[in-house]
Design a protein around this ligand. Structure first.
Ligand code: DC
Length: 224
């Protein structure tokens, strides 16, 4: 990696605020934001369309040959993800995708495919990337690693509000159960499990405003 390019890795569990915070930090500092979770979501979307339904342990090898996944980060902080030129940014934020994603992100072949894409996209610009294993697996040499955390209740409420804001009618309790389930999946997968990198700065955002978290990251990145 070119040394003059900066890599900021932001990991943490579902609903910890990684994505919204990273986008705004990217806009403020002129970094490119890369949403690694959206890639796993896009692949889940693609596989469900291809197979109708997917099962745990299903062999996806071969399914991704020739599939072109791209992502665009825009000046307003929005980020669009495409599968073979189809914009799937809205369709990947559904409960169906959330329920099925563990079957896809557990697959070591899928993870290798995604990691290759992420490293390639980071080659030409300074980036801030969020995910589960960015500081541990994808960029173990990142210039700065941040681990954002928050209590299950706070994270469930944040996800609930996101769904509501996008016009979806969802149940808070079911969102909370999904978050708990995703935590189990994310922390126990054999490859790319969610864990705190030894050299990560850990921030518990449970009682912080989004603006406070953004400022904390900007302060951390400044000396990098
Ligand atoms: O950040 P998100 O909620 O959009 O991520 C969706 C899922 O993708 C998450 O449950 C686990 C998976 N994921 C992963 O395994 N590794 C990453 N680097 C990012 C996401």
């Amino acid at each position: 990696m070119d040394k003059h390019l900066t890599v900021v890795a932001v990991d943490g569990p579902a609903g910890s605020g990684k994505s919204s915070v990273s986008r705004e930090v990217a806009v403020a500092l002129g970094l490119k934001y890369i949403d690694s979770g959206a890639i796993y979501r896009a692949i889940t979307w693609f596989l469900i369309r291809r197979h109708g339904a997917i099962t745990k342990g299903q062999d996806f090898s071969g399914d991704l040959n020739g599939v072109v996944i791209t992502q665009e980060f825009n000046n307003d902080g929005s980020c669009n993800t495409f599968v073979d030129n189809t914009d799937v940014s809205v369709d990947i934020r559904t409960e169906t995708i959330a329920k099925n994603i563990g079957k896809v992100s557990d697959d070591p072949g899928v993870r290798e495919f995604v990691n290759g894409l992420l490293r390639e996209w980071a080659r030409n610009s300074s980036i801030i990337m969020d995910g589960r294993d960015i500081g541990t697996v994808v960029f173990p040499d990142a210039d700065l690693k941040v681990y954002l955390d928050a209590s299950v209740d706070v994270r469930a409420e944040r996800r609930y509000n996101e769904y509501r804001e996008s016009g979806k009618n969802v149940d808070l309790n079911s969102i909370k159960n999904q978050i708990i389930q995703r935590d189990v999946e994310d922390t126990s997968r054999p490859f790319g499990a969610l864990k705190t990198a030894e050299d990560a700065v850990v921030i518990d955002t449970s009682s912080m405003s989004k603006e406070d978290v953004i400022q904390a990251l900007i302060n951390l990145i400044a000396p990098v």
